[in-house]
Ligand binder design. Structure first.
Ligand code: ADP
Length: 603
C-alpha cells in the first residue's frame, strides 16, 4: 500500500483522474438510471447553492432597507422571499430528493449485485488468500458506497465553485484585504486535513486487519456450528479469551488513533477560532468608523464565513479524492484480481463418447506452500468409465479433484481434454462437465427443490427422478410443503433440519439432477447409515448410467464398483488397475482391502 506522503501533486492528479474515470464507468453513466440520478443530484446541488446564497444576503438587505425612509416596503418584499424559501425547499425535498433517493437505492442494489458477481467469478485459489478475504470483507461494505461517495465529492466541488464566485464578489466589494487572511487560514486547515487523512488512512488499513481477526475469533466463540464442541470440550472460556485479546488490540489501536487525530483537530479548531475573531474585529472597527452599514456587517460576516467554508471545501474535496484514490486503487486491483481468471481461455469444451481427460506429468504446490501436494502424476480418464481413488489422508486425492475441476492449475505439467490444455477453455463451461458430491457439500436456506436444482422453476419430473435415485423421495413426501419445504428453520418454521445423512442425499440428488458427463463423488456416503449406503451403492450403476465417475472413498467394498482403481500415496499414483489386478499384485491395495475386511470380520 502506497503512503499518501509519497504522492506528488501531479501524481495525485493523474491518479485522481484515473479513479474518477473508473468510478464514473462503474457508475454506468450510459445506464438510464445513472444519468437520471446524476441530473437530479446536480439540480438539487444548484438549488441548495442558490438557497444558501439567499440566506446569506437577504437578512442584511432587510436591516439596510429599514434605514431608508420607505424601506419598510422593500423589507417586506425581502421578508416574503425569505419566508417562502422553506416552502420552496420543502417542495424540492418532496419531489426531487425523494426521486433521487429512490434511484440511489436502486443503483446501490445494482452495484452490490455486481460486486457479488466479482467474488463469484474470482479464481478459487484467491478465495483461500487471507489478503483477498480481507479485501472482500472491506469492500463488501465499501464498494457499493464508492461511486456515491465519489459523486458526492464531485457534487460538492461543483457547488463550491458556483458559490465561491458570488461570495468573492461580495467580499471584494466590502473589504478585499480580508480575502488574504481567509486564504491563509484555509491553507493551514487544509494542511491539517491532509495530515488527518494520512493518519486515518493508515489506521483504516490496520483496523480492517484487526477486524478480520476479531470476526474470526467471535465466530469461533459463538458460531452455532461449533455449539456442540464448545459445550462438550468446555471451550467457552478459551474462545472468549481469544476474542477478548484481539478486541483489546483493536481498542488500543483505536485509542492511539484518537490521540493523534485529536492533536491535529485542535490545531484546526484554534485556526478557525482566530479567523472568526479577526473577521468580527475588522467588521466592528468598520461599523464604528461609519464605513460599513449594520446590515452590511451581517452580510460581510456571513459571506466571509461562507467564503472560508467553501474554499476549504474545495481543498478538502481535493484531499479527500486523493485519499479516497488509495482505497479505489485497492478496489481496482481487487476487481482485476476478481475478474481475471488466470490464464483462462474462451474455448467451449465438447465432451464426446470417446473423450479423454489426461494428466501429463502434473505436479502441484498450493500457493504459498513449498511442498508438492501432487508430484509427476499421469493418468487418463476415459468417457463413461469409472475410476476409484483410494489412499491415506494427505496423499493428494482431494487436490487431484481440485485440479481436475480446474479450481487450481498445475504448477508443472498439463491437463488436457482431447489433447487441448484445459487452460484454453472457458473455466465456467469446463466446470459444467462435472457433477460433484463433495465431502464438504453445502446446504442452503432455500426450498428443497431449489437446493437441488438451483432454479426458480425447475423440471418437476426430472427432480422427482433425482429424488428417487438419491433415495430421498420419502423425505420430500413427508415434509410439510413437499419439495417446496425449506431446508433449515431460520426462514420458515415449517422447514426441516436435515440429518447429516439426509444432507448428503440432497447433495447426491443435486448431482443427479445436474446430470453432467462426469460425476465426482468424494466420500459420498460417509454420513449415511449402512442401509442407506448399501441402497446408494446398489443403485450406483443406475444413478450413473452412461456417465463417467471419479469416486474417492475409504470404503473398500465400494471401490470395486469402478472399472479402474488408483492408489494414491504421497502425491502420486503408486498402483493402478482393476480390482482383481491390484488384489492379485499383493501390494498396498491388497493390504488396505484385507485390513478393512479383517476389521469387519473381527467386529
Ligand atoms: P487427501 O484428500 O488425500 O486427504 P489432500 O489432497 O487434501 O489429501 O492434501 C494433500 C496435501 O496438500 C496435504 O499435505 C495437505 O496438507 C496439503 N494441502 C491441502 N490443502 C491445502 C491448502 N489449501 N493449502 C496448502 N496445503 C494444502
Amino acid at each position: 500500500m502506497k503512503n499518501i506522503k509519497d504522492l506528488s501533486f501531479w501524481t495525485d492528479m493523474k491518479r485522481n483522474k484515473n479513479c474518477i474515470r473508473y468510478l464514473l464507468g462503474f457508475f454506468g453513466l450510459k445506464r438510464g438510471k445513472g444519468c437520471a440520478y446524476l441530473i437530479l443530484k446536480t439540480t438539487i446541488t444548484a438549488v441548495d447553492a442558490v438557497i444558501s446564497l439567499l440566506y446569506t444576503i437577504i437578512p442584511g438587505l432587510i436591516i439596510n432597507s429599514l434605514y431608508d425612509e420607505i424601506g419598510y416596503k422593500t423589507a417586506a418584499v425581502y421578508a416574503a422571499v425569505l419566508a417562502s424559501i422553506p416552502l420552496f425547499n420543502h417542495l424540492k425535498e418532496m419531489t426531487l430528493r425523494i426521486k433521487c433517493s429512490r434511484l440511489e437505492r436502486e443503483l446501490r442494489r445494482i452495484f452490490q449485485a455486481e460486486f457479488q458477481s466479482y467474488i463469484a467469478d474470482m479464481e478459487y485459489a484467491s478465495l483461500e488468500d487471507p489478503n483477498i478475504s480481507m479485501f472482500t470483507m472491506m469492500f463488501s461494505e465499501h464498494a457499493p458506497e464508492a461511486p456515491f461517495e465519489m459523486l458526492d465529492f464531485i457534487e460538492r466541488l461543483f457547488s463550491a465553485v458556483i458559490r465561491i464566485f458570488t461570495i468573492s464578489y461580495i467580499i471584494i466589494y466590502m473589504n478585499p484585504s480580508v480575502i488574504a487572511l481567509l486564504i491563509a487560514a484555509i491553507a493551514i486547515n487544509s494542511w491539517v486535513t491532509k495530515k488527518l487523512n494520512e493518519i486515518n488512512h493508515g489506521y483504516e488499513m490496520k483496523q480492517w486487519r484487526i477486524e478480520q481477526r476479531c470476526q474470526v475469533a467471535a465466530s469461533n466463540a459463538s458460531s452455532s456450528k461449533n455449539g456442540k464442541e464448545t459445550r462438550i470440550f468446555g471451550t467457552k472460556d478459551f474462545f472468549i479469551e481469544c476474542y477478548a485479546k484481539v478486541a483489546r488490540e483493536r481498542n488500543d489501536l483505536f485509542r492511539e488513533n484518537m490521540r493523534i487525530d485529536g492533536k491535529w483537530r485542535t490545531v484546526h479548531t484554534v485556526t478557525s477560532a482566530l479567523q472568526t475573531a479577526f473577521l468580527y474585529a475588522v467588521a466592528v472597527v468598520k461599523v464604528i468608523a461609519g464605513t460599513l452599514a449594520v446590515g452590511s456587517m451581517t452580510i460581510f460576516i456571513s459571506a466571509a464565513g461562507q467564503f472560508s467554508g467553501t474554499l476549504s471545501s474545495i481543498f478538502n474535496v481535493y484531499l479527500e479524492i486523493t485519499s479516497y484514490t488509495l482505497d479505489i486503487e485497492e478496489l481496482m486491483k481487487f476487481r482485476s484480481n476478481a475478474t481475471s481468471k488466470e490464464n483462462s481461455g474462451e474455448r467451449v469444451p465438447e465432451y464426446r463418447e470417446d473423450s479423454v481427460i489426461e494428466f501429463h506429468d502434473v505436479s502441484f504446490k498450493y500457493p504459498g506452500s513449498d511442498r508438492y501436494a501432487l508430484r509427476h502424476l499421469s493418468i487418463k480418464l476415459e468417457a463413461n468409465k469409472k475410476l476409484s481413488i483410494v489412499g491415506e489422508n494427505g496423499s493428494g486425492k482431494t487436490t487431484f479433484i481440485k485440479l481436475l475441476t480446474r479450481l487450481y492449475l498445475p504448477t508443472e505439467g498439463e491437463i488436457t481434454l482431447d489433447g487441448v490444455n484445459i487452460r484454453e477453455f472457458d473455466p465456467e463451461k469446463y466446470q459444467k462437465l462435472f457433477a460433484p458430491v463433495l465431502q464438504d457439500f453445502c446446504l442452503y436456506t432455500l426450498p428443497l427443490s431449489q437446493n437441488i436444482t438451483f432454479e426458480e422453476e425447475c423440471d418437476r419430473e426430472k427432480l422427482k427422478e433425482a429424488l428417487r435415485k438419491a433415495d430421498i423421495d420419502n423425505l420430500a413426501a413427508k415434509s410439510a410443503k413437499g419439495v417446496d419445504t425449506y431446508v433449515g428453520k431460520s426462514v420458515d418454521p415449517e422447514g426441516f433440519e436435515p440429518s447429516g445423512g439426509e444432507g448428503q442425499k440432497i447433495a447426491i440428488a443435486r448431482a443427479i439432477y445436474h446430470d453432467a458427463p462426469i460425476y465426482l463423488l468424494d466420500e459420498p456416503t460417509a454420513a449415511l447409515d449402512p442401509f442407506a449406503e448399501y441402497e446408494i451403492y446398489k443403485r450406483f450403476d443406475e444413478m450413473i448410467t452412461n456417465r463417467g465417475a471419479v469416486l474417492v472413498t475409504h470404503r473398500m467394498s465400494a471401490v470395486k464398483l469402478a472399472e479402474n482403481i488408483a492408489v494414491f500415496h504421497d502425491g502420486n499414483i503408486i498402483e493402478y488397475g482393476t480390482h482383481s489386478e491390484l488384489y492379485a499384485k499383493g501390494g498396498i491395495y491388497t493390504e488396505m482391502f484385507d485390513k478393512q475386511a479383517e476389521f469387519y470380520r473381527e467386529s
